[in-house]
Design a protein around this ligand. Structure first.
Ligand code: WTA
Length: 661
């Protein structure tokens, strides 16, 4: 099936040439937001205009003030407001008479399905909240979750929210070390995990890895809850402080837990993400501002309505899943889909089969997935009925116009708007994107900043760039979904995000997301990618420093540099250049150990595409590794200026090695 050899032949000339697209009339007519006065409305009445987002939620007590800038950039939103996130995502929909509506529809990789109505979700969340309390979890205790895409993950998150215990979800694909680092950093004494899960039909042992991670936790871990996902397939034994999820739950059958009243600024969760240094940083998100923000953006950008079947095909272990599988859609009372497995198992139409079977209305994924679909060919989606789709979205990395158009045509049948949404772990929710019922779309360009978001593309001198010129993307006013700090590290919060462009003496605060961008004269922003040492591999954010420290941790490696090389499907791929120690041979055996070292420290997502052993790395006279050059070599590009190198001779040698492999 499918001639995947040349995606261009799958797009006719008409589409290849067209560079802007109007949203279909039929979409606009029914859109949640279709009036362009929304931009003005937000601007004229800022920050009061943000009440619009907060009003999507039920508050126990209303805020006194929308925004407190007193202690900027430690902003506070919806000051003194009180609410509970689980109440907003579950209880109120039950109370509104929609208890029998599906809240979560889940499909396992082997094809089994589970549906949780809002009533079911209410019951499960209450019982697990009672179970956590029973174990001794108190308000403000951080509960870590190391879990794949199984329904118990959102249930556990909401149970935590119910009792006011912030969660810290660690992506299931992360290694034992990565789990330990995050539990240590958050001082987290509780873990929820599972025995295993399916990947490409194989039962993966996850508990073994979680246990290895637990061994690396420096403080005492009170309790571990283990979901039995695989049953007979993976018999497992539990330690004394480990509890089987089902057994625990049966001890709390029928229990109800009052949702704890949380201040708007109380932490809802922590999400660790990669930055410039080796240590991952915990982005702290709050109950009131974050939940308002994701509800508002899910409504205005993803056009989510309660009666929809909505599917964000991301993993809950990343921010996209937190905001747009769990909190945004459930706050709006819609049906959110979850799929456990890979998109090409058992066949390459698996996702389209799920869309067809569930009559999915809205589909949100990453460009790396779209590039894989293109490669597999248009026949796969064509063999399924995708006519239920109304809106498509992408997130995580820049999307090239060709992939955008392929998505628009072969998945959306030219009748669904595509929203290309730029945002980050730190921003909590979408920041730059078109409003699908308002703006025209320009493939490759994310769109204007959302209403109320003050995005500017600037030069290092802080002047705005001319249209079409590249500069740095900045956000010049706060927004409710923003991270409040780096957990336990206010200094790093300032130095990572604010120091570059702010003028503290003048109380002028500018947020710098570390992305390069261009802006057109109509305000459309094209995001060019990270300008720091962060890679975007298959839409997964990885720090080069984290990978480098894993590589130099391998016996026999003296020094290493990691850069991103262009990759057709992954967007970027990990290239490792390593200097071996005297007496160590840079051969196959060492290469395998480097791969192992990286997988142990981070996980298979960081697996190097290429490893080059070299006697020297290109360095400037001041001794800095010239990464730009290594990147050019990885990409087979013409090399820029090498005159500042202390050791220009090594360049040829490295180039030859990369090419000959
Ligand atoms: C990149 C994911 C271009 C960007 C939600 C950002 C994008 C980083 C887009 C954040 C987009 C995300 N176009 N680039 N539509 N969306 N990015 O924290 O470099 O995992 O800084 O959050 O992904 O990655 P993170």
């Amino acid at each position: 099936m499918g001639d995947g050899s040349d995606p261009d032949v799958q797009l006719e000339a008409r589409l290849v040439e067209q560079d802007s697209f109007e949203p279909p009339e039929s979409f606009v007519e029914q859109a949640n937001v279709s009036d362009d006065s929304i931009y003005e409305e937000f601007e004229e009445n800022w920050p009061q205009s943000w009440e619009r987002a907060a009003e999507l939620l039920d508050w126990e007590s209303e805020w006194d003030e929308v925004l407190d800038e007193e202690d900027a950039p430690f902003y506070e939103w919806f000051v003194n407001g009180e609410l509970n996130a689980a109440y907003n995502c579950v209880d109120r929909h039950v109370e509104e008479g929609r208890k029998n509506q599906a809240a979560i529809k889940w499909e396992g990789e082997l094809g089994e399905t589970r549906t949780y109505t809002y009533q079911d979700l209410y019951r499960e969340v209450n019982e697990f909240a009672a179970a956590l309390r029973g174990l001794g979890v108190e308000e403000d205790d951080v509960v870590t979750m190391h879990m794949p895409m199984i329904p118990e993950l959102p249930i556990a998150m909401l149970a935590c929210a119910r009792i006011g215990a912030p969660h810290s979800v660690v992506f299931a694909g992360f290694s034992a070390d990565a789990l330990a680092t995050r539990m240590n950093s958050a001082d987290s004494e509780y873990l929820v995990t599972c025995d295993g899960y399916y990947r490409r039909g194989d039962a993966l042992n996850h508990l073994e890895k979680a246990n290895e991670g637990l061994a690396g936790v420096e403080h005492e871990v009170e309790d571990v809850v283990v979901v039995d996902r695989l049953g007979e397939e993976l018999p497992h034994e539990l330690d004394d402080n480990q509890h089987d999820y089902d057994e625990l739950m049966s001890g709390h059958e029928g229990d109800r837990v009052e949702p704890v009243t949380r201040d708007a600024e109380d932490m809802l969760f922590l999400m660790y993400t990669s930055g410039t240094t080796g240590e991952p940083k915990g982005a702290k998100h709050t109950t009131g501002g974050y939940l308002s923000y994701v509800a508002w953006t899910a409504q205005s950008v993803l056009d989510v309505k309660p009666e929809d079947t909505y599917w964000c095909a991301a993993d809950i272990g990343w921010i996209t899943g937190h905001s747009y599988i769990v909190y945004g859609p459930l706050a709006l009372g819609t049906t959110t889909m979850m799929y456990e497995g890979t998109p090409d198992y058992p066949e390459k139409d698996r996702l389209w089969e799920i869309v067809e079977k569930n009559a999915v209305d809205i589909f949100y994924t990453a460009p790396t997935a779209i590039r894989a679909f293109m490669k597999w060919g248009e026949d796969w989606p064509a063999s399924r009925d995708l006519s239920s789709l109304r809106l498509l979205g992408t997130v995580g990395e820049p999307i090239n116009p060709r992939a955008w158009k392929w998505y628009y045509k072969h998945i959306g049948d030219e009748s669904c708007p595509v929203v290309d949404t730029w945002w980050q772990t730190e921003t909590g929710g979408m920041m730059v994107t078109t409003l699908p019922g308002v703006n025209e779309m320009k493939p490759g360009s994310a769109g204007p900043a959302l209403p109320g978001i003050d995005a500017k593309v600037i030069h290092p001198d802080k002047e705005e760039v001319e249209p079409g010129q590249a500069g740095h993307l900045t956000i010049q006013k706060p927004w409710p979904g923003m991270l409040r700090t780096v957990y336990n590290n206010d200094e790093r919060f300032i130095s990572e995000y604010w120091e570059e462009y702010s003028e503290p003496d003048e109380d002028e605060w500018i947020y710098f997301p570390e992305d390069g961008a261009k802006i057109d004269d109509d305000g459309f922003i094209t995001v060019l990618g990270r300008i720091d040492d962060v890679l975007n591999v298959s839409g997964h954010r990885l720090g080069t420093m984290e990978i480098e420290s894993a590589v130099v941790g391998v016996e026999g490696v003296a020094e290493a540099a990691v850069v991103g090389g262009d990759h057709e499907v992954k967007g970027e791929a990990v290239y490792v250049y390593a200097i071996t120690e005297e007496g160590t041979e840079g051969g196959e055996e060492l290469r395998e150990r480097v791969v192992e070292g990286v997988e142990d420290a981070i996980g298979p997502i960081a697996r190097p595409e290429k490893i080059v052993f070299t006697p020297e790395l290109p360095k400037t006279r001041s001794g800095k590794i010239m990464r730009r050059l290594l990147e050019e070599i990885a990409n087979g590009e013409e090399l820029g200026d090498t005159s500042t190198l202390r050791n220009p001779d090594v360049v040829d040698d490295i180039q030859q090695k990369v090419q000959s492999d």
